[in-house]
Design a protein around this ligand. Structure first.
Ligand SMILES: CC(C)(COP(=O)(O)OP(=O)(O)OC[C@H]1O[C@@H](n2cnc3c(N)ncnc32)[C@H](O)[C@@H]1OP(=O)(O)O)[C@@H](O)C(=O)NCCC(=O)NCCS
Length: 301
């Protein structure tokens, strides 16, 4: 991707500088023991295989690391080692880019947000679906009903998950549920107020929805919840709760109430990409008491 945007960064190499925080991050992340970090970064940027701009930052993909630079001030924010284990599978030019439809080369997995065409489906950054056509998994979704499907950031939606929307529900308060009006019998279309309408379907952030799960209209699923494979979810799911089965019932909460409250206050999914990158070890740490203390420290409690 050696375009004019690259040249803009490479032509301004003399403007590159960093902060004390940047220096310590880069030294730590790359295990570097050299004095002139800025000069080292300049050489790297000059020979980078690829440079792309996303939002407020430039990302320079070098042979062994990725350098992040503020595109306005030319401050080197951080640098990270490239992950060689999966480098054949990962398209670094698309990371961490929430607008990449196919973020993992060779895998039929899509970031959902850039694939959405319907105005009543709203999906946050980095939420992915293990398949190609997420919208085909949102069924009976008609503009007439006006119901929305709202999904947060960083959700993991497995293959064949289905969101059934309000248009699926037949009128039930008469003795027959047959929708004569759809088949051109002489019956007026019932007003929306006569239809069973459960409202919007809302999924929080960092929710993992297992394969073949079905989410019924109007359900609210809290942040950090897990939906077991093939579950049928007909009622709301609390944050950080695992539900399984048909009808889906809570198996257990994932953490104690204190940690759940901290996670919902911390809202890691709303942080910037660089901060999330730094948080990854904490987000995968299974020493939960340590995680609590660290989040409390970051929340300045
Ligand atoms: C829900 C899940 C995460 C396991 O969570 P867990 O808290 O470790 O649950 P356990 O394995 O301890 O099981 C607890 C109980 O729920 C049952 N259970 C677990 N998953 C279930 C499911 N999907 N449907 C029905 N029951 C299920 C178990 O049989 C067990 O029942 P028991 O208490 O009567 O013995 C896992 O079973 C699952 O469904 N994962 C989804 C995998 C998937 O679809 N991945 C897609 C690719 S990303």
């Amino acid at each position: 991707m050696n375009n004019s945007m690259n040249n803009e960064l490479q032509n301004n190499l003399d403007r590159l500088h960093t902060t004390e925080l940047g220096l310590s991050r880069i030294r730590k992340n790359l295990d570097l023991d050299i004095s002139d970090i800025v000069d080292w970064c300049k050489q790297k940027v000059l020979t980078a295989g690829e440079i792309f701009r996303q939002g407020k930052n430039w990302y320079a993909n070098c042979d062994d690391c990725v350098i992040t630079i503020n595109a306005h001030s030319y401050t080197i924010i951080t640098a990270h080692k490239r992950k060689h284990i999966a480098v054949d599978k990962v398209d670094m030019s698309a990371l961490p880019n929430p607008n990449a439809t196919h973020p993992v080369q060779g895998f039929p997995v899509t970031y959902v947000k850039p694939t959405i065409t319907r105005p009543n489906i709203i999906v946050g950054d980095f939420t992915y679906y293990s398949g190609e056509d997420f919208e085909s998994r949102v069924t009976h979704h008609y503009e007439y009903y006006g119901d929305k499907l709202i999904i947060g950031k960083f959700c993991q939606i497995a293959a064949e998950v289905e969101f059934i929307m309000n248009g699926a529900n037949h009128k039930m308060d008469g003795v027959s549920t047959f929708p004569f009006y759809i088949f051109a019998w002489e019956e007026d279309v019932p007003p929306l107020s006569d239809m069973p309408h459960k409202g919007d379907t809302i999924v929080g952030n960092d929710v993992w929805i297992g394969q073949n799960a079905v989410i019924l209209p109007g359900v609210h699923i809290g942040d950090g919840a897990i939906i077991g494979a093939s579950s049928v979810v007909g009622s709301n799911v609390d944050p950080y709760t695992i539900v399984v089965g048909n009808p889906a019932k809570a198996v257990r909460k994932r953490f104690d109430d204190e940690l759940i409250a901290l996670m919902q206050e911390f809202k890691w999914w709303d942080k910037g990409i660089d901060e999330i990158q730094d948080l990854i070890p904490l987000l995968h740490d299974n020493d939960l008491e340590h995680v609590k203390r660290e989040i409390e420290r970051r929340l300045e409690k």
